[in-house]
Design a protein around this ligand. Structure first.
Ligand SMILES: [Zn+2]
Length: 373
């Protein structure tokens, strides 16, 4: 083993200094699902195998603003009567509860200035994003309720499409087409309220329809580049450019399944080799046997989006605690500073590193989210 060279030490030192002063924004984290479904305790420190996020590690991570997802699984849309709205509201309650139990560390946030104040005061700004357009159950009143309860983005679909927007996966035989006239009303109402329109998970057709009518910046909270990994969840170069033209930001997902087509195929092969009755432990072991994707592959996606859409239009959306694997060296939220190091090692300027870490998204938060009246 050789000692690291002086120049790489200096490099890391400069990157760490940039990271410490930067506003760092992560646009998607699913820890609330672990809290609700597994009784996961966010107050105590866990291993990366147990969870990617908890408050001790969030404090250590240096993340300034964390969007927590109120994710509504597809089956809620199929229950009669539809229970999707109630499910999202349970998450919203749980996230508010988490913030109010921890005023020493967390600050509830709805604006760009809330992020700046959190940075100044050494707190983590917590935002809510609702994941899955079926959560509004076809009602603009429900959409307004989400906004009033503090949610600041809605992904128009999850893996399931809904009555007004198509999804990239169309799970359970749901819609994969474009936006309906009611879907257009949803976009207009979100823009009027000051809520981010999030196209992660939508079909190509829906994404094109959204960008054709959007008058405010559009975001993808957790999506990668399809030119590097051909997966329907990822965005084409034309889509990256169109989101940039809207003034928006594409926030890169850390999931190796979306970062690397080989990893995705290996996951599918491992999954199909398992018997249906395989235990969670057996599933984990099968996944752990797949060679990990290096951190550099994640940086490749950031770099590709920066080249195609521009350095002003790329950010970070980890999807931590919603993903079954992570890139090597990025085991949990405390790995975020390594992204700054890797970008600087590729020759990114301090300014451009700051943009990727959060300055780009902060610009969009300032643009789109209005301070409460
Ligand atoms: Zn997602």
């Amino acid at each position: 083993m050789t000692a690291p060279s002086r120049s790489s030490d200096t490099h890391a030192g400069v990157a760490d200094a940039v990271y410490r002063t930067a506003i760092v924004i992560d646009m998607h984290n699913d820890m609330p699902t672990k809290m609700l479904d597994e009784g996961y305790d966010p107050d105590v420190r866990h291993t990366p195998a147990e969870g990617h996020t908890d408050l001790p590690r969030l404090a250590e991570s240096g993340i300034t603003a964390q969007f927590l997802a109120a994710w509504v699984d597809a089956p809620y849309a199929a229950t009669v009567p539809d229970s999707s709205f109630a499910r999202a509201m349970r998450y919203i309650d749980a996230i508010h509860g988490l913030v109010s139990r921890h005023p020493e560390l967390l600050r509830f946030a709805t604006t760009g200035d809330d992020v700046r104040h959190a940075k100044r005061d050494g707190k983590v700004a917590i935002f809510i994003g609702v994941e899955g357009g079926h959560a509004i159950e076809g009602s603009l009143d429900h959409l307004r309720t989400f906004y009033q309860c503090g949610a600041r983005y809605l992904t128009l679909t999850w893996n399931n499409g809904n009555a007004w927007a198509g999804s990239s996966i169309g799970s359970g035989g749901t819609r994969t087409g474009g936006l309906t006239p009611f879907g257009e009303q949803v976009i207009r109402e979100m823009e009027r309220l000051g809520m981010l329109v999030d196209v992660s998970h939508t079909s190509d057709e829906t994404l094109d329809d959204v960008l054709a009518i959007a008058t405010r910046p559009v975001i993808a909270s957790h999506s990668c580049a399809r030119a590097l990994a051909d997966h329907p969840r990822n965005l084409t170069d034309a889509q990256l450019r169109a989101i940039a033209r809207s003034g928006g930001v594409v926030n890169v997902n850390f999931y190796p399944r979306f970062l690397d087509a080989g990893f995705c195929r290996a996951m599918d092969a491992a999954e199909s080799a398992l018997v249906p009755a395989a235990s969670a432990e057996e599933r984990r072991a099968a996944l752990a046997a797949i060679p990990p994707v290096p951190l550099d592959t994640l940086i490749d996606h950031i770099d590709h989006i920066a080249r195609v859409a521009g350095t002003d239009h790329v950010g970070l959306g980890s999807d931590f605690d919603g993903i079954a694997a992570t890139p090597a060296g990025l085991d949990d939220v405390t790995g975020f500073p390594r992204i700054a190091r890797a970008l600087m090692a590729r020759g990114y300027s301090a300014d451009d590193v700051e943009k990727v870490l959060g300055a780009n998204m902060l610009r969009v938060l300032d643009d789109v989210l209005r301070a409460p009246a």
